[in-house]
Design a protein around this ligand. Structure first.
Ligand code: TRP
Length: 456
């Protein structure tokens, strides 16, 4: 069978929609606000933004470059560049890691995406109306304790993702982001406007932008770095495979800056959609992962009739943000199997989805039936971690950071400077030199340090 043809984005703008869609996800709307709340507000936001600019943008550029220059899916792309190198085996392993990390992330991401579907559905049929005290916390627990519900919604989430990716770049991914991304922005703006008019905007502003420098600790920096990497979809094949669909006339540095700005912008806006109402209603803002699933339903409930509408909108927003990210997490494997392997795209999507589903079931059940299973519990680093915990730690902490570290060394030291110089399209300018210096020295040292601290 003929390998599938390599497609291209219709325009730089559709690429931007898709890449921003990948970056903007549960990480921005669900995770960012509660991590900010748990880590002292403004100080965290400041460090987070600094990391996005100093590490994030150079790495986005590097990953886009490998994809665009090779015009191949992640494993083949990295192998192509690594072929002549002395460290060929290492780069080969890096390629595999870029291919597999997204699937690892997707296993637990699909479960949480399922929660958002459950909540969007529940909100729309009025399940959260007239909540009694404490009911919202126990409803969230009920969801986590229900294997059937978790698996059902996860299956739907994976099904949607497979359905879109199976249709290919133009009729699948592009069509989806063209509809969902504008919808996402409109909903977000409505929610921010509503929250800042009715809620405590001034307090939220101070909370997010007035840093208390005494709160900056090594742990805070680590949390901020992890959040930045995850939020920008770095260290996995997502950005790289999207880069491979870019044509040569598009400026990689401009696209990278666009993605980083939009992604941090949405994270901050999510804060302004959530904190003003949380502060105004005086509910606990440091509720951790339950912030949007436990706290917000209480707030929507207190708003009366209109609250239900905002509740549906909010969880739809989360679900849309999740879908545009899950498609980017499945795409690397599907592109690899269909362009370099012998599978038709639709089959590649179904097979990867099936493997994902099987692992996903174990991940979902580690919230309940399998909560006492600690697969690598005999190792100190994995003590007490469930199946979900192990997969999340390995994919979203260990390998995501390690990939970022290695890819900067790869681009800075192994790939020829003439190649990167041409791909960046900046000429031999100051900007190019700054980028090159960041990628050669600052990023590897910085990420190496973070990695050492998180993992070793
Ligand atoms: N960036 C997305 C979010 O914030 C999640 C995501 C999509 C991702 N693709 C990724 C994370 C690749 C890491 C790697 O929700």
């Amino acid at each position: 069978m003929q390998p599938a043809k390599h497609e291209h984005w219709s325009s730089g703008f559709t690429f931007l929609l898709a890449a921003v869609g990948s970056a903007v996800g549960l990480g921005n709307i669900w995770r960012f606000p509660y991590v900010v709340a748990e880590n002292g507000g403004g100080a965290f936001v400041l460090i987070y933004l600094a990391i996005v600019f100093v590490f994030g943008i150079p790495l986005l550029m590097s990953e886009l470059m490998i994809g665009r220059s090779s015009q191949k899916p992640p494993l083949s792309a990295i192998q192509t560049f690594g072929r002549g190198s002395r460290a060929k085996k290492l780069w080969n392993a890096l390629g595999w890691s870029y291919l597999l990390v997204p699937l690892g992330i997707l296993t637990f991401y699909s479960v949480v995406a399922g929660w958002t579907l459950d909540y969007a559905f529940g909100m729309s049929i009025g399940t959260f109306n007239n909540l009694e005290d404490g009911a919202s916390a126990s409803m969230f627990q009920d969801l986590l304790q229900s294997p059937i519900k978790l698996v059902f919604w996860m299956t739907l989430s994976i099904g949607i993702t497979v359905g879109i990716v199976a249709r290919g770049l133009k009729s699948g991914l592009e069509q989806t982001v063209k509809i969902l991304m504008p919808a996402l922005f409109v909903i977000l703006i409505i929610l921010v406007l509503y929250a800042s008019i009715t809620g405590d905007f001034a307090k939220s502003f101070a909370f997010m932008f007035e840093p208390d420098f005494s709160k900056i600790t090594p742990e805070l920096v680590l949390m901020a770095a992890g959040q930045a990497f995850f939020s920008l979809s770095l260290g996995s094949g997502a950005i790289m495979v999207y880069g491979s669909y870019l044509t040569r006339d598009i400026s990689i540095p401009k696209m990278a800056v666009g993605v980083a700005l939009a992604d941090s912008g949405v994270a901050l806006l999510a804060g302004f959609a959530i904190f003003p109402i949380v502060f105004a209603f005086g509910v606990d803002h440091s509720a951790g992962p339950g912030l949007v699933f436990v706290t917000l339903p209480i707030v929507f409930n207190d708003m009366g009739g209109i609250g239900q509408i905002f509740g549906v909108l909010f969880f739809l927003l989360l679900a849309f943000a999740a879908v545009t990210s899950t498609i980017s997490l499945l795409e690397p494997m599907v592109a690899q199997l269909s362009e370099e392997g012998t599978f038709k795209r639709a089959r590649a999507a179904i097979y990867s989805g099936a493997v994902l589903w099987v692992v996903g079931v174990f991940v979902a059940l580690s919230n309940n039936i399998l909560s006492d299973v600690h697969p690598l519990g005999f190792l100190p680093l994995f003590e007490g971690k469930t199946i979900e915990g192990v997969i999340e730690f390995l994919s979203a902490n260990v390998f995501m950071l390690l990939n970022g570290l290695l890819v900067s060394v790869f681009v800075g030291w192994s790939i020829k400077r003439t190649v990167t110089l041409e791909e960046m399209g900046l000429g031999d300018s100051v900007l190019f030199k700054i980028w090159f210096m960041l990628v050669r020295f600052v990023v590897p040292l910085g990420v190496g340090f973070i990695f050492y601290d998180v993992v070793l």
